[in-house]
Design a protein around this ligand. Sequence first.
Ligand code: 5GP
Ligand code: ZN
Length: 114
Amino acid sequence: MDSCLFCKIVAGTIPCAKVYENETVLAFRDIDPKAPTHILVIPKEHVESVHDVPAEKANLLAELMMAVSAVVVQENLVEAGYRLVINSGSDGGQAVVHLHVHILAGRSLHWPPG
Ligand code: 5GP
Ligand code: ZN
């Protein structure tokens, strides 16, 4: 989608610090990290959030989570632990309306979140 920030990152018109990439998924460092490690994992295809994925595209969600799995192993986050977050809509605090999984790690994270 032309106006979407993350689609521009996928297209390469906005640069990113890439962490992982395959045919369907891209992972890159958050520009304003909320933890020592803060990585965003996105499907290359534009979808707004999990509720925007039709059943016939369920594989996209599997690919997304398998990429998250590859990233946490690659970045050595498994032993100390990490948190996955998907913000959705205004109450969820979603600023970029292109599905993304936040990987947060590198410090002890508070629960419940604010
Ligand atoms: P949301 O609030 O939508 O769940 O998360 C959007 C995230 O995208 C935020 O953590 C924000 O810091 C990050 N972000 C916004 N613009 C950019 C950008 O241009 N590049 C990168 N790498 N991250 C961005
Ligand atoms: Zn997009």
